[in-house]
Design a binder for this molecule. Structure first.
Ligand SMILES: [Zn+2]
Length: 385
């Protein structure tokens, strides 16, 4: 039996009563049919409603021909009159996103002639795909235009035009659809064939926030959030920015500039410390001139620093320079260099004796070891005689 679609008659209907017309076991529960329902089945890019029905949970809803099947976690007796209660927060969120999508698609269609070729409601945001390029700098103005439509609080009109009326109704669609067609119109903004549920007045959307616009296939993918989703997203962004503002001691609207300055300062500091490090390495290396094989532990060097120092030291000492930096707890970074000889074998022996790893070429070995300083010293005392 055809189910009466209460959700099309009143999109704000949260609770209703209906008669159970059928109930059959189905995968994951029981498929319950009603004579009328406010539960929207999935369709048109919109998720189905969930909620409660006669004391059992409605897990999902789908439409099969003209019948609407409610997958419930328990059985309901046919003939019984039951009360249905839809999960309103979930539904209203879908209505906000869907109506916001119509506004943005309508504005873009009017300005560029592009069509919405994909719509997806994700966990936190919504994406719309268009079949043409939109310059990123146009986003801000599109966003203003969309929000002006929200503030005008326009009535959203949804109806099925008669056979005679339909050919005269202009609507956004890639192909002509056979009658009957449900038209969703936001006056002066958008006219579209759609089976989803939308807000009644555009003011209910609250806010339309565009988040990004990236190239996608032959066009772009716009990511956005409307209403409650937009608020949640902006709250998170604000909290992140508040933390950045605190960390940089910058005003909340000047964090970008503060981050840029910090990056510049860091780059200059890196440059300065690299130059200082080289001077220090040269003077350490000079202290080992002609010393032969050298084992040296340096404080807090990066692996690049370890390599630089070992290289400079080997040029001075005339033997094998073994430079370590790190700690007994964390392990050591190591580099072995010999300007005339081969350190490959020494590197391999060291790796197996000191739980190490690494590699290199004949006069050069770099890696790390997991052994305390005492053990490293003992190994070299033994290995390099
Ligand atoms: Zn729609």
């Amino acid at each position: 039996m055809q189910t009466q679609k209460l959700f099309y008659e009143d999109c704000h209907l949260r609770s209703f009563s209906a008669k159970v017309t059928a109930c059959t076991p189905a995968e994951g529960g029981f498929a319950v049919e009603l004579d009328r329902t406010a539960f929207y089945p999935e369709g048109g890019g919109q998720a189905c409603d969930t909620g409660m029905l006669g004391g059992v949970k409605v897990l999902s809803v789908r439409e099969k021909e003209d019948r609407i099947l409610h997958l419930c976690d328990g059985p309901l007796g046919p003939g019984q009159t039951v009360v249905g209660q839809i999960h309103w927060e979930r539904r209203f969120d879908q209505m906000q996103q869907h109506a916001g999508e119509h506004i943005v698609s309508g504005i873009i269609n009017a300005r560029y002639g592009y069509h919405n070729v994909g719509f997806h409601v994700g966990a936190d945001t919504v994406t719309i795909d268009f079949d043409g390029m939109i310059p990123p700098e146009a986003l801000e103005e599109i966003e203003w235009a969309a929000n002006r439509v929200v503030w005008q609080n326009l009535s959203v009109r949804c109806w099925y035009p008669s056979r005679e009326e339909l050919p005269g109704v202009a609507y956004r669609s890639k192909k002509a659809l056979p009658w009957p067609v449900r038209i969703v119109q936001i006056p002066g903004v958008d006219s579209c064939a759609c089976c989803g549920i939308h807000v009644e007045q555009t003011g209910e959307i609250g806010i339309v926030k565009l988040l990004s616009c990236v190239k996608f296939h032959q066009g772009v993918r716009i990511e956005m959030a409307c209403g409650g989703r937009a608020l949640k997203f902006l709250q998170k962004i604000y909290e992140q920015n508040r933390q950045v503002s605190q960390a940089f001691s910058a005003k909340v609207l000047e964090t970008g500039e503060a981050a840029r300055k910090m990056n510049e300062t860091l780059a200059a500091e890196k440059f300065r410390s690299a130059a200082l490090e080289k001077q220090v390495f040269d003077s350490i290396a000079a202290g080992f001139a002609g010393a032969g094989d050298v084992l040296y532990f340096a404080e807090a060097l990066t692996s690049n620093g370890v390599r630089e120092l070992a290289d400079r030291m080997a040029s001075q000492c005339g033997g094998t320079a073994a430079v370590f930096s790190g700690g007994d707890e964390t392990g050591y970074s190591v580099c072995l260099v010999n300007k005339q000889g081969d350190v490959k074998e020494l590197g391999q022996k060291m790796s197996s004796a000191l739980q190490g790893r690494g590699g290199g070429k004949p006069g050069f070995f770099q890696g790390s070891v997991r052994a305390p300083r005492e053990k490293i010293e003992a190994f070299f005392k033994e290995a390099v005689k």
